[in-house]
Design a protein around this ligand. Structure first.
Ligand code: SIN
Length: 501
């Protein structure tokens, strides 16, 4: 039986994976996208609210803002790559190819550029405050009709296949059966790690699979300790939902249970301080006073953010009395180490989007740069991957039943999440990080000893969560200095942006 294969195999279907597929297909490659998602909502891109930042002919200013938000930890070459290609990529793919109708200023002549925290100017293209879904759905539809792209949904990647160190394919699982899939290039675009925490803005399928597979294959990973928490997530009822930073950009204020506006005491930019500063301040005020709300009375919330108004109503939240908010896990700044073309340390393996560590974000990501990073790196990796020489598949392509599930995956996830929430969250200490690492090692050992290969998908997801959770805890232990979203309560010295924690 012949092995299934394509020129380029993309794992994941958010903006980064779709851009990679587009970049490769435009250059003549036959592309397969394998994604766990069964609906657009399965990708974090669908949930993105604020928008996509562009340089507006001022790349140096944009570059300065990204680097400042990161507390000077971004890689300047990576940031220069992002801002240099930002406007052209947005124009080419989102506007000219997909026809996304970003909001205009009123007369239709110019875009309505929004502002979010730590941006020194208005530069964020958006569609209301639900930009992600307005990009994601047309992008999926466009590629579904593309003659050189095949999208296989409900298809998980369990492992990378290797030949003499090079990555030559992936083991895919769908409907309980595993198939080995060969490709000249494999582009990992599996997104983030929200499932490792109790509360997150990510879809629950964000179990860190790509980072875990790449780690097992021996790829370099970096900056894993930089887990970004969004300061304003409403958890009043049902699933948590984001209240975009754009709302603070329009003038909303944070108040504690006694009604006091507290952010000016924490940072000179108050509600528009870098995200890590606001997240820790919200957490601190909740501990001190019991509750924090976003006061939207300074703006006309219902007409400025009709989709957020609808979201509040669906969840029984009355914005006129203040929207109750907590910090929740939002974005992993680190990940699989890549260069400015998305190449990892392993031959034929690329990584793009949230699972990749490009160096753009350093210790703290500037708002509305994640869709942009996914778009720019996705296109560049896709284009580059087409140059990989043909592989000679060596593995068998026959389908095999996955093993049976004999561990309690839900209980394992609960232990991992408890450890991450308690010890690997907004504030960390060596003692807590050691405790979290010990718990996660136990869960990992159980899952790895108890199932036969190929692993069933739930077990594989728990194994991914353990690998990445352990990676985060170990990176956080190794970095003894507070910087950006990594805050050590036992740090000897603190970087300026970590103050007021
Ligand atoms: C938001 O809308 O607040 C999120 C934007 C982002 O994370 O970049």
């Amino acid at each position: 039986m012949t092995m299934r294969s394509s020129d380029v195999l993309v794992l994941g279907s958010g903006i980064a994976g779709l851009s990679a597929a587009l970049g490769a297909a435009r250059n003549g490659a036959e592309v397969t996208i394998a994604t766990k998602a069964t609906r657009p909502e399965g990708a974090s891109t669908w949930w993105a609210q604020g928008g996509i930042a562009v340089a507006r002919k001022k790349p140096e200013q944009f570059q300065r803002d990204i680097i400042a938000a990161s507390s000077d930890t971004s890689d300047p070459d990576a940031v220069a790559t992002l801002v240099r290609h930002a406007d052209a990529a947005v124009r080419d793919v989102l506007i000219d190819t997909l026809g996304i109708g970003f909001d205009t200023g009123g007369n239709g002549a110019s875009f309505d550029y929004g502002r979010e925290a730590a941006h020194s100017t208005d530069r964020i293209l958006h569609v209301d405050a639900s930009t992600g879904k307005h990009i994601h759905v047309p992008f999926l539809n466009y590629l579904a009709d593309h003659e050189r792209v095949e999208i296989r949904d409900d298809t998980a990647a369990l492992d990378l296949l290797q030949d003499n160190g090079a990555v030559t394919g992936a083991r895919l699982e769908s409907g309980g059966r595993a198939t080995d899939w060969a490709a000249n290039a494999i582009i990992v675009a599996t997104g983030g790690i929200g499932a490792l925490y109790g509360q997150s803005t990510n879809p629950r399928g964000a179990t860190g699979d790509g980072i875990a597979m790449a780690t097992r294959a021996g790829a370099a990973v970096d900056d894993l300790e930089y887990v970004q928490f969004h300061p304003t997530v409403c958890v009043e009822s049902g699933d948590p939902f984001l209240i975009s930073e754009a709302v603070r950009g329009e003038g909303a204020l944070l108040r504690n249970a006694t009604g006091d506006r507290f952010m000016p005491a924490y940072h000179e930019d108050a509600e528009l301080a870098p995200r890590d500063v606001v997240a820790r301040a919200v957490d601190r005020e909740r501990q001190k006073t019991g509750r924090v709300v976003l006061d939207v009375s300074p703006l006309d919330f219902a007409s400025t953010f009709p989709d957020l108004m609808a979201l509040c109503e669906e969840n029984g939240v009355d914005p006129s009395t203040g929207i109750p908010v907590v910090p929740a896990e939002h974005f992993l700044c680190g990940g699989i180490d890549v260069d400015t073309r998305g190449r990892t340390s392993l031959d034929r393996l690329y990584a793009v989007g949230e699972c990749a560590r490009t160096g753009v974000h350093g210790a703290n990501r500037l708002a509305s740069t994640s869709l942009l990073e996914g778009l720019v790196w996705g296109l560049r990796a896709g284009e580059t991957s087409v140059g990989e020489s043909p592989v000679r598949p060596t593995a068998e392509g026959r389908k095999r039943e996955v093993g049976s599930l004999s561990v309690d995956v839900e209980a394992g996830f609960t232990r991992v999440r408890d450890a991450m929430d308690t010890h690997v969250s907004l504030r960390r200490s060596a003692e807590g990080l050691h405790a979290a690492a010990a718990t996660i090692r136990e869960v990992k050992a159980e899952i790895e000893s108890d199932v036969s290969a190929p692993m069933p998908r739930p077990a594989s997801e728990l194994r991914s969560a353990c690998t990445v959770g352990l990676g985060i805890a170990e990176a956080a232990l190794a970095n003894e200095q507070s910087v950006g979203c990594h805050y050590r309560t036992d740090a000897s010295a603190e970087a300026p942006a970590a103050a007021n924690g």
